[in-house]
Design a protein around this ligand. Structure first.
Ligand code: PMP
Length: 428
């Protein structure tokens, strides 16, 4: 395929936007080459500035679970826009979407809307600290909770030591309050809690990790975390920015039947507009300003266009239960097809899948945490990525990302993809 216009647009963008992109994951840093500029998208397909059609397995990193330019969402936004785009005053639609979200998700009484997943997680942690009166948090290596300071921490030499910042600009003072644990390692979490008795406000986790490829929680891991939190007066925060309204109506809480204390949302909840949210039971949410002392605010929070898009999206998911089943079946079909062609071509690989999240690692052995995810062969991934791109298939330009399956994909699209992978596998 030819990408001349995309390449020219990228050169132009680089002059006025750092790295030519407004979010680093969009650049092709990990795989080489230049990013593709999208002109428009419909259903399962992206159409780029060079006139190529690509089958999309990223779907805006999650939100477009029902496909691009999904009509009920688009129409809701158009109708709302005609009536004014922002007021900074309460609107009825905010209550409507809040009522719907609270009815779909287990174990939450109140929800507050923000503008991104980052804001949701950042605010959830502030709320956890305010509610418990404790400062430290535990996060897991390889989990991403947005770009706020407390989360940009990676393991030093040992995962059980205090975190060190992995971005200049994050102070040591902030980093020392973020403790790092190994995903799927309950003993490691317990050690951290015991070593920091009565100092930990919350544990924040992606209940299914999607930011080191897709990594499911080991059997019993989330339940063990819940028990540890209860025994030690620590809040459990589920970052469901990826999993919320995707793995089930009620997200990972429903799928695994585990209650979190605070839940964070993003992506699907905004139907493709900039929305995040965090939610909890009354006792916790009532600590928020203006009811309580924990401050959190936003000029554009609850924006009418964003709420209209989110409400149309959640309404569709709420009324059509079968969507989640259908998505899981399509993803399983793709998984089986990829396994068959990669195995047939003797390519060492491991595939992880939960619901409509799936990823391919080029290494053998179980992928259960950041360490095992990092073992994947990046050279093979690069060739795989560019090979698929050449066949008209767009996956994330990094091995550390999950694929997001959309309901707009047909079985014909999936077969086309599996055949393309078979072709590409022969070149790896
Ligand atoms: N949490 C998780 C699990 C995410 O995947 C992301 C974004 N990929 C975020 C938080 C941050 O969301 P946003 O990019 O909307 O700030």
């Amino acid at each position: 395929m030819i990408y001349t216009r995309s390449s020219a647009l990228f050169v132009q963008a680089e002059k006025v936007i750092p790295g030519g992109v407004n979010s680093p994951v969009r650049a092709f840093k990990g795989v080489g080459g230049t990013p593709i500029f999208v002109k428009e998208a419909k259903g399962a397909y992206l159409y780029d500035e060079d006139g190529n059609r690509l089958i999309d397995y990223i779907n805006s990193w999650g939100p477009m679970i029902l496909g691009h330019a999904f009509e009920p969402v688009v129409n809701a936004v158009i109708e709302k826009a005609k009536k004014g785009t922002s007021f900074g005053m309460p609107t009825e639609i905010e209550t409507e979407i809040a009522e719907l979200a609270v009815s779909m998700v287990p174990n939450i009484d109140k929800i507050r809307f923000v503008n991104s997943g980052t804001e949701a997680c950042m605010s959830a942690v502030r709320l956890a600290r305010g509610f418990t009166g404790k400062d430290k948090i535990i996060k897991f290596a390889g989990c991403y909770h947005g770009h706020s300071d407390s989360f940009l921490i990676q393991a030093g030499s040992g995962a059980s030591t205090f975190g060190t910042p992995n971005s200049p600009g994050v102070t040591k003072g902030t980093a020392k309050d973020t403790l790092l644990a190994r995903y799927n390692d309950i003993d490691n979490v317990n050690e951290l809690i015991q070593a920091n008795k009565n100092e930990i406000a919350c544990i924040i986790i992606e209940p299914v990790a999607g930011n080191m490829g897709c990594i499911p929680p080991a059997k019993g891991f989330l339940k063990a975390l819940r028990d540890l939190c209860d025994a030690n007066d620590v809040l459990l925060v589920f970052d469901e920015v990826m999993t919320g309204f995707r793995l089930a109506k009620g997200g990972a809480q429903e799928l695994y039947n585990i209650n979190a204390d605070i839940v964070c949302f993003g992506k699907v909840i905004g139907g493709g507009l900039p929305v995040g949210a965090f939610a909890a039971r009354n006792e916790i949410m009532n600590q928020l300003a203006p009811l309580g002392p924990v401050y959190q605010a936003g000029t554009l929070s609850g924006n009418p266009l964003a709420m209209a898009a989110g409400l149309a999206m959640l309404t569709e998911l709420n009324t059509k239960d079968e969507i989640f089943e259908r998505l899981a079946r399509k993803t399983e079909y793709l998984h089986n097809g990829i396994t068959k062609v990669l195995t047939g071509n003797n390519i060492t690989h491991t595939i992880n899948r939960v619901g409509s999240m799936v990823s391919v690692h080029f290494d053998e052995g179980a992928v259960i945490d950041f360490e095992t995810a990092a073992k994947g062969n990046n050279e093979t991934f690069k060739k795989f990525f560019h090979g698929l791109l050449n066949e008209g298939i767009y996956i994330a330009p990094s091995a550390f990302e999950t694929w997001f399956i959309t309901d707009a994909l047909t079985y014909e699209d999936l077969d086309f993809t599996i055949n393309a992978i078979n072709k590409v596998a022969k070149t790896l």
